[in-house]
Design a protein around this ligand. Structure first.
Ligand code: ATP
Ligand code: MG
Length: 157
């Protein structure tokens, strides 16, 4: 359904803010304006829940997670940046594969099936978006995705 993304994203972040590990804080860098996208809200909520949960889960030392939305004219660019463990360069492509979990020794105790990002990628692509990540081991990770913007304001009638 046609959804104003900034307000929707604030609501998602509010829900995380209510139940946050004490060493983690969330920083919002969201635009003031209204940006309409087509969303299957249940599915997009699943995507954001997984990406934000990963940012928290893989930042065991804590710190600030930045949640950003940028208007790129034809699409929105959403990014979630964490100060966590990071992912080695040669493993970065694999994190979107089913059942892949980087660095077994470190992540085993953090739990998970390795499905979250594979499902997120499918769901983002079903929204005609793309997803990718940048990371530096020991420094942190940023997950990016796009969503096509709908025709701006509906005038008249
Ligand atoms: P699930 O989400 O199914 O509970 P999971 O978190 O292990 O399990 P994914 O979300 O698909 O699975 O992530 C795959 C792997 O990518 C993770 O096991 C982890 O190794 C790595 N990863 C994902 N996000 C991050 C992140 N923000 N920082 C560091 N590593 C990450
Ligand atoms: Mg996950």
């Amino acid at each position: 359904e046609r959804t104003e993304f900034v307000n929707y994203f604030h609501q998602i972040i509010d829900r995380f803010d209510m139940n946050l590990p004490e060493q983690i804080s969330l920083r919002r860098e969201l635009p003031k304006g209204q940006y309409y996208v087509w969303l299957d809200k249940d599915k997009m909520t699943q995507v954001l829940d997984n990406i934000i949960s990963n940012a928290i889960k893989y930042s065991p030392e804590g710190g600030e997670i930045r949640l950003k939305v940028e208007n790129k004219r034809y699409h929105l660019l959403v990014s979630i940046q964490d100060p966590g463990l990071g992912i080695a360069y040669d493993k970065l492509e694999k994190i979107f594969e089913r059942f892949y979990r980087a660095d077994k020794a470190r992540t085993r105790k953090l739990g998970g099936t390795g499905l979250g990002l594979a499902i997120s990628k499918e769901l983002i692509e079903a929204h005609h978006g793309q997803v990718w990540a940048k990371s530096k081991e020991g420094k942190g990770t940023t997950v990016f995705f796009t969503l096509p913007l709908m025709n701006q304001k509906r005038r008249g009638i």
